[in-house]
Design a protein. Structure first.
Ligand SMILES: *[C@@H]1O[C@H](CO)[C@@H](O)[C@H](O)[C@H]1NC(C)=O
Ligand SMILES: *[C@@H]1O[C@H](CO)[C@@H](O)[C@H](O)[C@H]1NC(C)=O
Ligand SMILES: *[C@@H]1O[C@H](CO)[C@@H](O)[C@H](O)[C@H]1NC(C)=O
Ligand SMILES: *[C@@H]1O[C@H](CO)[C@@H](O)[C@H](O)[C@H]1NC(C)=O
Ligand SMILES: *[C@@H]1O[C@H](CO)[C@@H](O)[C@H](O)[C@H]1NC(C)=O
Ligand SMILES: *[C@@H]1O[C@H](CO)[C@@H](O)[C@H](O)[C@H]1NC(C)=O
Ligand SMILES: *[C@@H]1O[C@H](CO)[C@@H](O)[C@H](O)[C@H]1NC(C)=O
Ligand SMILES: *[C@@H]1O[C@H](CO)[C@@H](O)[C@H](O)[C@H]1NC(C)=O
Ligand SMILES: *[C@@H]1O[C@H](CO)[C@@H](O)[C@H](O)[C@H]1NC(C)=O
Ligand SMILES: *[C@@H]1O[C@H](CO)[C@@H](O)[C@H](O)[C@H]1NC(C)=O
Ligand SMILES: *[C@@H]1O[C@H](CO)[C@@H](O)[C@H](O)[C@H]1NC(C)=O
Length: 589
């Protein structure tokens, strides 16, 4: 398997030869075949590799030309709403909440009809088709043999951490040994997650950084027709734009700003292509920034999850997987290739020199359950991937984490039990708890949202008894408006004089809205503190209230995370019950 360093070396080797031959495209073949407007390129051409001087991006990818707009289709993309939908893209047909500010790709559009995300034959009788959107001319997705300039990453930037100063960092985590639940039996035995020796994780995601998401990186996508990193990668200025994005979107200063918030963990999404971009248009060089972030984490006594957010073939069809519109993860060689990439990640970040900083590797993010993905296959893959990763890691405490595939963490208990057996709990579960992506959630007022939050405690703690269970993503956002009398209603717009909606720009939120959101946030934190092994906000740098640092500044997220303005909203939940210790360096606030 190629490590990132050896990938760079391969690039160097390529630079010395005249050309390399593009191999058959295993990742994308099925996708091309399924989509009527896609044409497979014929015989593979060779790609001329030209060396250019110093730059930090390694592009070993063949160059794909950009799709052009189908000008007869309306464009569902402006500064407010940015979704461009080509046939085959999964989408809902419009944001139903304050969510991402963009349609979520959960449907399947074939230019005539809309299907649901499972790709079943059932046509979703939704408003989707009445929403204006762009249909890209997908015939333009043809691979070409355009010359591609390749540069090499400086090996010196692929720095590794020294063992000496990091290896003792987990020690303090065991000292504040867990206290058990005090009320209502919702919190499991304190021994449940006592090992491996990882502190309770209060984390934040570094989303939209090493994997682009259009809604989070609107400026970057602004003048392109790209809908995801896959298509972005083929825009004319992609390698420069990516290099600048990686260098500026999240910097050491942002991590320094987390000091004092109580954050002790960073979940860092990165795509498979950072380690293996063969026969894809993806650029490389982002692993250098993963390294930097790990160094910052170490400097500020934080821990890291390396989260393989995009798997070969796309595990969910979301742009967050790198490629919107397809789910081909379980086709062809993709599952095996996913494991191969994880082995590369594991061999590197599971090494002893990262112990105490890198505490987790996440196998994949949000694989869709059903439809193009078979959940049974996902569960078996999880066992296989766990075994493969475990075999590569030297750090005995490193946790290997799996997202619940939207199937509910309770449904994973048998799988988790079979993986963990009598061994240390180095397998962990991740569930993502949002309340703004379903019609039912978007019909709730804020007290109902909070009631629902409180209801999460039992499921979380039941799972956490068996397997360390994390809320790898949560958000401040719901789809509500607040009236001057402080009652709330669901929706994105309101008519009462003086009312305010979360859909309004974050900077305009009034005190009543800030208070409502803070209540919801504190209820979530109470439950996560009591019933999980840790939690990660989405996301450090998000637009408006999606940005963790914005939220802290705006008073909707407590600083530190354990501070409360609205105590004990959920009866029965006890803060910090499972893991007593706070932070790698202990409780310092
Ligand atoms: C362009 O979009 C229109 C409207 O959706 C559609 O009827 C037409 O088939 C599209 N053309 C192509 C080439 O996709
Ligand atoms: C963007 O689209 C939305 C929805 O169609 C519309 O309400 C808004 O006015 C548009 N904004 C701009 C700047 O065109
Ligand atoms: C979309 O799917 C429907 C139902 O299968 C089919 O009748 C229609 O021809 C398809 N349209 C296109 C453009 O493929
Ligand atoms: C999507 O299709 C699946 C499988 O047929 C079905 O169970 C599910 O209810 C559908 N979802 C929607 C929103 O139509
Ligand atoms: C789509 O792109 C192909 C290839 O460039 C071109 O031949 C075709 O005319 C385009 N179709 C439209 C509707 O723009
Ligand atoms: C393919 O590559 C060759 C050699 O670099 C070049 O002469 C030719 O123009 C390229 N063809 C296309 C369609 O770009
Ligand atoms: C690490 O821990 C060991 C055992 O507790 C101790 O002997 C050693 O001095 C520690 N090293 C550092 C760098 O703190
Ligand atoms: C290319 O990207 C760089 C970095 O974002 C930017 O400074 C430059 O203006 C871009 N060039 C073009 C032609 O868009
Ligand atoms: C990190 O932990 C060490 C050892 O506990 C402590 O001396 C140092 O001040 C901490 N640094 C930060 C930024 O909290
Ligand atoms: C994946 O790897 C396993 C073990 O090497 C092998 O048995 C299986 O055939 C491979 N599957 C595919 C689809 O290549
Ligand atoms: C509504 O809540 C805000 C913020 O807590 C508070 O300032 C205001 O007095 C409340 N209004 C009423 C009518 O209770």
């Amino acid at each position: 398997m190629l490590t990132s360093l050896s990938t760079a070396l391969v690039a160097i080797v390529l630079l010395s030869g005249p050309a390399f031959t593009q191999r058959p495209d295993a990742t994308d073949r099925l996708d091309w075949a399924q989509q009527p407007h896609f044409k497979r390129p014929g015989a593979h051409d060779s790609v001329t590799v030209a060396s250019t001087s110093a730059a930090s991006v390694v592009n070993t990818a063949p160059v794909f030309s950009m799709p052009v707009a189908n000008t007869s289709a309306a464009v569902h993309s402006n500064s407010t709403i940015r979704t461009k939908v080509s046939p085959g893209i999964f989408f809902t047909g419009g944001s139903t909440g304050t969510g991402s500010g963009a349609a979520q790709p959960t449907g399947y559009w074939n230019n005539t009809l809309t299907y649901n995300h499972t790709r079943s034959s059932a046509v979703v009788p939704s408003r989707s088709t009445s929403v204006p959107f762009a249909s890209l001319n997908t015939t333009q997705y043809l691979a070409t043999n355009t010359s591609s300039s390749k540069t090499q990453a400086s090996a010196s930037t692929l720095r590794t951490l020294t063992k000496s100063s990091s290896s003792n960092q987990t020690v303090s985590s065991t000292s504040g040994s867990a206290t058990s639940a005090t009320k209502s039996g919702t919190v499991a035995s304190s021994t449940s997650t006592a090992d491996p020796k990882i502190p309770f994780l209060r984390g934040v995601n570094l989303g939209g950084w090493l994997v682009l998401e259009e809604w989070m990186n609107a400026e970057l996508f602004q003048d392109t027709l790209a809908i995801d990193e896959f298509t972005f990668s083929s825009t004319s200025n992609a390698s420069e734009a990516l290099a600048e994005h990686w260098a500026t979107f999240i910097t050491q200063d942002d991590i320094a700003d987390l000091v004092g918030t109580g954050i002790n963990a960073l979940r860092i999404p990165i795509g498979f292509w950072a380690f293996d971009n063969d026969n894809t248009p993806y650029h490389q060089g982002q692993d250098v920034y993963l390294e930097k972030a790990i160094g910052w984490a170490k400097q500020y006594n934080m821990t890291v999850w390396v989260d393989c957010h995009g798997s070969p073939g796309s595990q969910n069809g979301y742009s967050s997987s790198g490629r919107a519109g397809i789910i081909n993860w379980q086709e062809g060689d993709n599952l095996n290739r996913s494991i191969s990439v994880l082995e590369t990640i594991a061999a590197k970040y599971g090494a002893e020199e990262y112990a105490g900083v890198v505490v987790g590797i996440e196998l994949t993010n949000e694989p869709m359950a059903g439809g193009a993905n078979n959940l049974g296959v996902t569960r078996q893959w999880t066992k296989d991937a766990y075994a493969a990763v475990k075999a590569k890691v030297a750090n005995p405490n490193l946790q290997i984490i799996m997202h619940d595939a939207y199937a509910g963490i309770d449904s994973w208990i048998p799988t988790a039990q079979s993986i963990i057996g009598k061994g240390p709990k180095t397998f962990a579960m991740d569930t993502h708890l949002y309340q703004l992506y379903t019609a039912a959630d978007n019909a709730l007022d804020q007290p109902q949202h909070i009631t629902k939050v409180c209801g999460w405690a039992d499921t979380l703690s039941a799972s956490n008894t068996v397997v360390p269970t994390y809320v790898g993503e949560w958000s401040v956002m719901t789809n509500v408006c607040v009236n001057p009398d402080n009652t709330t209603t669901s929706g994105t717009s309101c008519t009462t004089t003086g009312c305010q909606c979360q859909a309004d720009a974050f900077g305009t939120w009034n005190a009543a809205m800030v208070a409502q959101v803070r209540k919801y946030v504190e209820a979530q934190l109470d439950v996560f503190e009591a019933s999980s092994s840790g939690y990660f906000a989405w996301s450090l740098k998000g637009p408006g209230a999606w940005g963790f640092l914005n939220g802290v500044d705006g008073g909707i997220i407590p600083k530190p995370l354990t501070a409360r303005e609205f105590d004990n909203q959920c009866s029965g939940s006890t803060r910090r019950a499972i893991r007593g210790s706070l932070g790698v360096a202990g409780e310092y606030w």
